[in-house]
Structure formats: structure tokens, C-alpha cells
Design a protein around this ligand. Structure first.
Ligand SMILES: Nc1ncnc2c1ncn2[C@@H]1O[C@H](COP(=O)(O)OP(=O)(O)OP(=O)(O)O)[C@@H](O)[C@H]1O
Ligand SMILES: CC(=O)C(=O)O
Ligand SMILES: [K+]
Ligand SMILES: [Mg+2]
Length: 569
């Protein structure tokens, strides 16, 4: 029998005791019964849209997890746990953009082994058939090799961008060269030094003297003449033009966004891509150039009416001035945030990007939303096998900020060293996380209450207390039994010293937890009886060599709203 100390939170208790005040074998002292403030005085703050997904809950209650005697965790985490023990598992999650360099089965497997938690497909590039094959390969690897890689589909959006460069993979623009940007469609006969532009109003909107920035300034032009659909420009900062690169134009030092700002966030092509994503059962949809919450709410109800086998989480990409203005409500409306520094850096001055990142990460943490740091993390590794010191410092900073996830873009999509780039993210994360724990930075961190209902208040208090207990008792892991993933995310939000083992009965919940800091998602069917859940988990994990007798665990459950401290028997 496992030694256990239980805290049960009924909806209306005045105080709560440890029901079995036995000795903790690890510490040899008695934990005193303690008074817990009546939940009636807990403050409920701003409404939060993180409500329980009814469909999911029904699905879980019906018990769709199949075999009741098995536990599933991805094979990479399992190996990591066995090799390094609980404490040194990686907390920061890794997202890789899949492109021509990594779309093959072998390359995908290498990324999965290297720690990719989420594979991102960018609908700006490639055909739907191409993306479909990538998704199928990832699912096949998950099934056959025991990975749990989730899929994120990123929409193209309808911002102004260049076309396909007539089939070439890149073009060099030299200083002083004259290039034509045109809204005409070209088929076979592509004039030299000509770029097509996707936005019809482009030639009418620009004026002679405007500055035209490709990819936020990677290449610069000045408009010298407009002739009908064609805009002639002289190159003022040379550089490489890549297919479908983003375009912005500036007048008197200010970004011009008059009519183009009226373009819909989700274009008609995006809606077709979204239908494709729903049909293929992607786990996340990242929405480019989000301006306000309407589009998120609209997309959520669209998905709810169509996605039958589970939920798709919506990630709002912060890459425009409007999204920065409406940041808090966008965070509340979506299921996660991406700091899309590439385009963001084209819309605000570059020197403001780091403070914007810090602010977004902090607000996401406060509002309990997972946040991904994206773009140019290891840009030089597209060409070189080692990163620059500055890139390592940038990655370290994102880990130090305790963002949930880091993302590779061109490094993994079309770079020469995708696996090496992933290895750098992994090792920098592990090193920085260890330093963080050694410095005990978690002490003194205050998170505001965010619950919008009384039940949520209880969950939040349980998670805050459980993490405090886990840190003070130096336990080896926190276990959470969660149907919707909500309790798991509340625990992750507190960034405990130890990893969080999140047990859930639903495949889609398990894959979504992949994106959150410190969570190790397991698929397990469980009952309302915590005693039997724990005993079952212990024996399954012991049989797999993932825990051992004497390990100390804090266990939390969202069915009983309870906290227990257990020594593994
Ligand atoms: N499916 C793909 N097919 C071909 N090339 C791709 C694909 N996905 C990505 N790439 C290449 O990798 C580069 C970086 O990819 P990434 O997805 O980060 O995009 P991006 O085009 O900079 O735009 P976004 O702002 O949407 O991220 C792209 O510019 C493109 O050259
Ligand atoms: C990722 C992305 O869309 C950007 O950085 O612009
Ligand atoms: K995109
Ligand atoms: Mg972008």
C-alpha cells in the first residue's frame, strides 16, 4: 500500500485536513493539519474563455481510451526519463517547420527523435497534396514508432506578399538595380527582374518615393515610377529575394496600411486550407496576422460545427500593430499565442521586438495561455552547422522567460542542418532550465487569479498549492489526472521545479498538452477513484522503468479536486 496524504476539496469546505497524517518516508516529519482559507473568500477576476469543451468531456466520460490497462507516452520522453531521471527532462517544447529539407519519412523521424513536439506546416508554401503527405507521414511515425508529434497548420493570411518568382527558389537583388513589382499575373513568359504581388490595390496604393521592404528589410527598394499595374523600384539595400516574401511599404518613416489593412485576416484560400486542416485532423491552427478577437471567435465556432473527432486549438499569431493593441483580448479568446517575430519586426521598429516579446510572454503566463517564440532563432544555421553566440543568447533568453515553446522556421524547412539546429534548441533549453532551477527564480513569483467560476477558483487554488508543496518538499514529479487538460495547464502556469505527468484519456488533449511548458502527456484511461488510479499508474510506470520505489509524487485530480502526497511503493 502506498503511503498517502490526501487533501480533498469539496465545493464548500471551511477547512481541510490531511486525512492520513502519516510520516513522509522521504522527509521523516509529520505534516500538520492546516487551515485552508474558505474558498468563499477567493476572488474571482476577469472572465476567461477557457471553458470546458463539452464534446470532449462527453467523449472522455464515455471512456474512449480503449484498453484500460495500458499507458502511452511518447518513446522519446520515455527514453529521456529513463536515462536522465525526472528532474532533467526538458520543460521547453520544440516546434519545427516542415519543408523540403525535412518532409521525408527519415528526416521526420530524425526530428521526432531529436525532440520535436510539434511539426508546423506553412500553407504559404507547397500544395495541399504536399502537406497531406507530410501529415500522413507524421501520423504513421507516431503510430509505428511511438512518437506523439502534434501537427500545427499555419494559414497564409492575406497580407501583401510576393509571388512565386517564376519557379526559381531565390533571386538576388543588387544595389542600384531596377525591379518591377507588378499586380499582373504571369504564366510562362516571365520578364526579367519582375516580381508579382498578390494584392490588387498595390499599384494604386504606393507613391513615388515610398520605401518598399521585403521581409521586414532583408531587401529594400525605393519606388521610382508607377505605370498602370507595374511599379518600378530601385534597389537600395541588396539581398536575397525568397518566394512569397512579405512586403510592406513605408512613407515618411511610417508603415502605410490604408486599404491593405482592410484585407480579411482569413482569406478565401485560407478557408479552404482550414477545411483541409479539419479534414486531416490537425491539432493546432495558427492564424496569421490576427488583428482582433472576432476572427478567432468566428473560426472557433466554424471548427466546433465541423470538427467531429476532437478539438483543434487556435493559435493567434502576434505579428501586426493591431494585434499588439488588442493583445489581452486576443490572448483570452485564443488557445495559444505565437510571437511571430519575422513579420512583427517588419511592422514595428526592430529594437522594439525584444520588449514586445517580453510583454507578450508575461501576459500569456498571467492569463494562462501557451506561448511560442518564433523566427530567426538560429537563422545562420540555415547555412552553417554552428549557431552564432548571439543566436544562442536569443534562444537562452526565450527559455529564461519561460516561454512554452521555441520554433524553427527556415532552419528546419529548407536549411542544411535541421537536426543540428534542433539539437542546439534542446541543449540550450536544458542548460538554461537547470540554471533557472539552481537560482531558485520561482520564489516570490505572484500570479493573478484568473478563474471565472467558483469551480475554476478551486482548481486554481489546488494547483497553486500543489506546486508550492511540490517545490517545498522537493518531490520528483507532479501527477495530474485531467479530462480536459485545464488542471494540467494551471500546473504548468506555475512553472514548478519538477516535471508534470499529465494523464488524460483523450488523444487530442494529449497532443495539445505537447505545447505546454513542463507537461509530459500520457494517455491513460482512469476512473473517479484516485486510490486505484494512483496504484494503477505506479504499477504501469514501474513496469516501464519510468519511476521507482521511494520516488515522491504530488498527485492532483480534476474529478475530485484533490491533492495527495505519495511515496511510490
Ligand atoms: N512547404 C514548403 N515548401 C517549400 N518551402 C518551404 C515550405 N515551408 C517553408 N519553406 C521555406 O522555408 C522558409 C521559412 O519558412 P517559414 O514557414 O518560417 O516562413 P515564411 O515564408 O518566412 O513566412 P511566415 O511569416 O508565414 O512564417 C520559407 O521562406 C520557404 O522558403
Ligand atoms: C512565424 C511568422 O509568421 C513570422 O515570424 O512572421
Ligand atoms: K504563414
Ligand atoms: Mg509571419
Amino acid at each position: 500500500m502506498a503511503s498517502s496524504q490526501v487533501l480533498n476539496f469539496s465545493p464548500n469546505p471551511t477547512f481541510l485536513n490531511f486525512s492520513k497524517p502519516s510520516l513522509s518516508s522521504k522527509f521523516g516529519f509529520v505534516l500538520k493539519p492546516w487551515r485552508y482559507p474558505s474558498p468563499l473568500i477567493l476572488k474571482c477576476c476577469s472572465p476567461l474563455s477557457r471553458t470546458v469543451n463539452e464534446q470532449l468531456l462527453q467523449e472522455t466520460i464515455k471512456g474512449n481510451a480503449g484498453d484500460t490497462s495500458s499507458i502511452e507516452v511518447d518513446s522519446v520522453t520515455e527514453a529521456e526519463l529513463k536515462e536522465n531521471g525526472f528532474r532533467s527532462t526538458r520543460r521547453t517544447k520544440l516546434v519545427c517547420t516542415i519543408g523540403p529539407a525535412t518532409c521525408g519519412l527519415e528526416e521526420l523521424e530524425a526530428l521526432a527523435v531529436g525532440g520535436m513536439n510539434v511539426g508546423r506546416i506553412n500553407m504559404c508554401h507547397g500544395t495541399r497534396e504536399w502537406h497531406k503527405r507530410v501529415i500522413e507521414r507524421v501520423r504513421k511515425l507516431n503510430e509505428e514508432k511511438g512518437f506523439a508529434v502534434a501537427i500545427m497548420m499555419d494559414t497564409e493570411g492575406s497580407e501583401i506578399h510576393m509571388g512565386d518568382l517564376g519557379g526559381t527558389s531565390s533571386a538576388k537583388a543588387e544595389d542600384g538595380e531596377v525591379w518591377t513589382f507588378s499586380v499582373r499575373a504571369f504564366d510562362s513568359s516571365w520578364p526579367e527582374r519582375t516580381i508579382s504581388v498578390n494584392y490588387e490595390g498595390f499599384a494604386e496604393d504606393v507613391k513615388v518615393g515610398d520605401e518598399l521592404l521585403v521581409d521586414g528589410g532583408m531587401v529594400r527598394f525605393e519606388v521610382i515610377e508607377t505605370i498602370g499595374p507595374d511599379v518600378k523600384c530601385i534597389c537600395t539595400d541588396p539581398g536575397l529575394l525568397l518566394p512569397r516574401a512579405n512586403l510592406t511599404f513605408w512613407r515618411d518613416g511610417k508603415l502605410v496600411r490604408e486599404r491593405s489593412a482592410m484585407l480579411p485576416t482569413i482569406s478565401s484560400k485560407d478557408w479552404l486550407d482550414i477545411d483541409f486542416g479539419i479534414a486531416e485532423g490537425v491539432d493546432f491552427i495558427a492564424v496569421s496576422f490576427v488583428k482582433s478577437t472576432e476572427v478567432i471567435n468566428h473560426l472557433k465556432s466554424y471548427i466546433k460545427a465541423r470538427a467531429h473527432n476532437g478539438d483543434i486549438a487556435i493559435i493567434a499569431k502576434i505579428e501586426s500593430i493591431e494585434s499588439l493593441k488588442n493583445l489581452e483580448e486576443i490572448i483570452l479568446a485564443s488557445d495559444g499565442i505565437m510571437v511571430a517575430r519575422g513579420d512583427l519586426g517588419a511592422q514595428i521598429p526592430l529594437e522594439q521586438v525584444p520588449s514586445a516579446q517580453q510583454k507578450i510572454v508575461q501576459l500569456c503566463r498571467q492569463l494562462n495561455s501557451p506561448v511560442i517564440i518564433a523566427s530567426q532563432l538560429l537563422e545562420s544555421m540555415i547555412e552553417y552547422p554552428t549557431p552564432t553566440r548571439a543566436e544562442v543568447a536569443d534562444v537562452s533568453e526565450a527559455v529564461r522567460q519561460q516561454s512554452d515553446a521555441l520554433m524553427l522556421s527556415g532552419e528546419s524547412a529548407m536549411g542544411q542542418y535541421p537536426e543540428k539546429a534542433l539539437t542546439v534548441l534542446r541543449s540550450v533549453s536544458l542548460r538554461m532550465e537547470r540554471w533557472w532551477r539552481e537560482q531558485k527564480f520561482h520564489e516570490g513569483l505572484d500570479l493573478p487569479n484568473i478563474a471565472s467560476s467558483f469551480a475554476d477558483c478551486i482548481s486554481e487554488e489546488i494547483c497553486t498549492s500543489a506546486v508550492k508543496m511540490a517545490n517545498n518538499l522537493e518531490v520528483d514529479a507532479i501527477f495530474v489526472y485531467t479530462k480536459t487538460g485545464h488542471m494540467a495547464s494551471l500546473l504548468s502556469r506555475c512553472r514548478p521545479d519538477c516535471p508534470i505527468f499529465a494523464f488524460t484519456g483523450t488523444t487530442s488533449v494529449r497532443r495539445c498538452l505537447n505545447l505546454q511548458w513542463g507537461l509530459i502527456p500520457f494517455q491513460l484511461s482512469f476512473s473517479d477513484d484516485m486510490e486505484s488510479n494512483l496504484n494503477k499508474t505506479f504499477s504501469l510506470l514501474k513496469a516501464r522503468g519510468m519511476i521507482k520505489s521511494g520516488d515522491l509524487v504530488v498527485a492532483v485530480s480534476d474529478m475530485l479536486q484533490s491533492v495527495q502526497v505519495m511515496t511510490v511503493p
